[in-house]
Design a protein around this ligand. Structure first.
Ligand SMILES: NC(=O)c1ccc[n+]([C@@H]2O[C@H](COP(=O)([O-])OP(=O)(O)OC[C@H]3O[C@@H](n4cnc5c(N)ncnc54)[C@H](OP(=O)(O)O)[C@@H]3O)[C@@H](O)[C@H]2O)c1
Length: 368
């Protein structure tokens, strides 16, 4: 139960309450019994008047354009970069602390980019601009896994290949994948819907920017690299956001992002090369001690067993799951490079949980 009458509990506004991440954040607030004095559910005019059950009440969804942010202490924005660019500064100017899940401010200098458990200390003071940004789901998972490694073994290079689900494009992405899959199974020649993913994603694997992508949706901010270097906005975002969260702007990191026909759950194959020799036991211990990371390394860890997480079998969606830790053959001073495989819930540990944890950090520090 959630509506506590303590005067210290915050008044919350959730922009994007009808969306994939917004709905997940409502689940998390419910799961944790988080107290709030008010909960305002906000979306576009398309959803205004709908009701969503939250905290034991059927609550109306309000149109963003008509909402007075002076009624909220904190506002979560999960409604796309364009909405955040336009409305988040207005909410902040009204005195509301904005926690923005879009790509709009992830690389903005005076907006802290926070993953609680790694750099939550950035919230020791209320940000002057009234905005806190959250990284994308890929950078959140990667930063969680690299944080216990980068300084201890002096990382020289990280190479990442991601396998990303349709739900990173929200409800519409999942619906289009399901519809395309259904149509293709019935008729191999029938045209498939391609409004979100173009070409269609059903039964396919795609690397590169798909034509249907919402501008500014995949990642944003300022990319330090050349404009025509062939990296997608998503790949650029993954690299720059991970460096920023780790506080290592010079980290040699490169990535290929791939969209796969999976509804929920992101995966990544990560190659890490270090300056110092890596001991496998010490590496596993370091990863196990990292907040939000679970290591799967039982007997026969090269074999996929029902106990090993996949997007379809992920049983703890609040953690980043690491498996398949493989050290490369030893050099003269011992092995310095290793592979690992990570699986994480993009909606929960990759987005909504971070927002919830930021709220907890702010409350604990009295900086809300
Ligand atoms: N999906 C992920 O894995 C993920 C991970 C990390 C971050 N994010 C970020 O989270 C945000 C939301 O993603 P999502 O996957 O939840 O998308 P979604 O399922 O498409 O939901 C979008 C939400 O934004 C609202 N919205 C759209 N246009 C609006 C407008 N003009 N004014 C007010 N509300 C508007 C929608 O309301 P209506 O129902 O009224 O259209 C809906 O509630 C994006 O910025 C995304 O980059 C997503």
């Amino acid at each position: 139960m959630t509506t506590a009458d303590t005067s210290l509990a915050p008044r919350i506004a959730l922009v994007g309450a009808t969306g994939a991440v917004g709905g997940t954040l409502l689940d998390i607030l419910e799961d944790h019994g988080s107290p709030y004095r008010a909960l305002h559910l906000i979306a576009s005019v398309r959803s205004a008047g709908r009701e969503i059950r939250a905290g034991g009440l059927d609550r109306p969804v309000r149109d963003l354009a008509g909402f007075d942010f002076r009624r909220a202490d904190v506002a979560f924005f999960f409604a796309g970069a364009e909405v955040s660019r336009r409305w988040a500064p207005l909410a902040a100017a009204a005195g509301t602390l904005v926690v923005d899940g879009s790509s709009a401010f992830r690389l903005t200098e005076d907006v802290p980019l926070v993953v609680p458990g790694i750099n939550g200390a950035l919230l020791d003071r209320r940000p002057a601009v009234g905005l806190v940004a959250l990284p994308g789901a890929g950078a959140t998972a990667l930063a969680r896994v690299l944080a216990p490694i980068v300084r201890r073994w002096t990382v020289r290079k990280v190479v990442v290949s991601t396998y990303q689900p349709a739900s990173e494009a929200g409800h519409a992405g999942v619906e289009e994948l399901q519809e395309g899959t259904r149509i293709r199974l019935q008729d191999p020649e029938a045209p498939l819907p391609a409004e979100v993913f173009s070409p269609p994603l059903a039964f396919d694997v795609q690397s590169g920017t798909w034509a249907g992508a919402e501008p500014g949706r995949a990642a944003g901010g300022t990319w330090a690299g050349p404009p025509e270097d062939g990296f997608t906005e998503q790949e650029r975002g993954l690299l720059e956001e991970t460096r920023r969260v780790l506080g290592l702007p010079g980290l040699d990191l490169t990535a290929t992002c791939v969209r796969v026909p999976v509804a929920h759950g992101q995966c990544a194959a990560v190659w890490v090369d270090c300056a110092l020799a890596v001991d496998r036991g010490a590496l596993i211990a370091a990863l196990r001690s990292a907040p939000g990371v679970t290591v799967h390394d039982g007997a026969g860890h090269a074999t996929l067993t029902p106990a090993m997480p996949t997007p379809a079998t992920l049983d703890d969606p609040d953690r980043v799951h690491v498996s398949r830790i493989r050290l490369s053959p030893a050099g003269p001073n011992g092995p310095t490079g290793f592979w690992l495989w990570l699986v994480a819930d993009n909606l929960r540990s990759g987005a909504a949980l971070g927002a919830f944890q930021v709220l907890g950090e702010l409350a604990a520090r009295g900086t809300l």
